[in-house]
Design a protein. Structure first.
Length: 327
């Protein structure tokens, strides 16, 4: 992959509100996306993610509040903002009847790269995004994963300092998702600011330095994945016992553990799992209490979402069977 160093720009979102008729979609959002960071806006379907990205990328104005990128207001200084951002996720720029290469060179023309430089850039991007084999096929024959990659490549024909990725992998199979994750991680390494929306907890966890959780138009939590996980509970050492007798003895020896009676399990909250396992097993061993299984549970972002919103995050259905093996 060829990488180019970029100076990322900061995004400041202040008091952002937007309604459609009676329906308030955003209720005054504040969010700072540091320059050069990967920040994820995590939320279920309909929580307002696309609305936030659309306003921040100058597509339409908010009812109140503001977004500034590198100090430029997205309404009063939209032209300056557009010159430093790239937006992907809506395939707006892709023409299905053209090949991947033609789409890229058209974009290069649009960006005034010049004929030779434009072709070189297209070749580089096709290679970087593993599309060289499919470069001269009409985009209408591409799989979902290939289209997502081309979409992102189109954004990179110029050198944006901020990239918006609206649900970059929704509907993709796990393999295509991983390919895109690798690409996004590579871009982040180049210094560009990445603001992505996702409904996949795992995706936010994998990619983002910072995560903001959006629920019904409010940011309900913000921080690193580790910070958010800390807000739920400590890790737990979970001990399972083979029968009633062992379970009852263990409960007497470990009165502060949380019993899950139906599965003969005791959960012990701890911030030091190793020493908890050691001392607990020694204690049980000394009392001749048999243990069937020991398991460490670290809080997941799913736990965080549940703790913050009182509801599980909806997991989207896999829809795209990627046929990019032909690429
Ligand atoms: N142009 C519009 N007119 C009316 N309502 C709209 C419009 N655009 C979005 N909405 C509504 O606003 C809410 C938030 O939509 P938005 O697309 O921002 O959510 P999202 O978090 O991106 O969800 P998804 O993951 O489904 O795309 C939804 O209830 C949606 O139906």
């Amino acid at each position: 992959m060829t990488h180019r160093e970029t100076t990322g720009a900061e995004i400041l979102i202040r008091g952002l509100a937007k309604s459609y008729g009676e329906h308030q979609v955003l209720s005054g959002i504040d969010l700072t996306v540091p320059a050069g960071s990967v920040t994820a806006l995590l939320g279920p379907n309909g929580s307002g993610k696309t609305t936030t990205v659309s306003i921040a990328s100058t597509l339409f104005p908010a009812d109140s509040g503001s977004v500034t990128i590198d100090g430029h207001d997205t309404v009063t200084d939209a032209r300056a903002v557009r010159s430093i951002i790239g937006v992907t996720g809506q395939y707006v720029a892709i023409d299905d009847l053209f090949t991947g290469r033609e789409n890229l060179t058209l974009m290069a023309d649009l960006r005034h790269l010049g004929r030779a430089a434009g072709r070189r850039r297209a070749d580089d991007l096709l290679e970087q995004f593993d599309l060289t084999g499919a470069a001269d096929r009409a985009v209408s024959t591409y799989s979902g994963g290939m289209r997502r990659r081309l979409d992102l490549a189109m954004t990179l024909v110029s050198t944006p300092r901020v990239i918006f990725l609206d649900e970059p992998t929704t509907g993709l199979d796990p393999r295509s998702r991983r390919v895109l994750w690798d690409i996004i991680t590579g871009l982040a390494g180049d210094g560009v600011t990445i603001f992505l929306t996702t409904q996949y907890l795992e995706e936010a966890d994998q990619l983002a330095d910072r995560i903001a959780v959006l629920d019904h138009g409010h940011i309900v939590a913000e921080g690193t994945a580790a910070e958010l996980k800390k807000r739920v509970h400590d890790s737990e050492v979970r001990l399972t016992f083979p029968d009633d007798e062992a379970f009852d003895s263990a409960r007497r020896l470990l009165p502060s553990a949380r019993p899950i009676v139906e599965s003969h399990r005791l959960d012990i909250a701890t911030d030091d799992t190793v020493s908890t396992i050691r001392t607990t097993l020694n204690l049980l061993d000394a009392a001749d209490v048999e243990v069937a299984d020991v398991h460490v549970h670290t809080p997941t972002l799913d736990d965080v979402f549940f703790a913050l919103t009182g509801a599980p995050a909806e997991e989207p259905v896999e829809t795209d069977a990627d046929t990019s093996g032909a690429a």
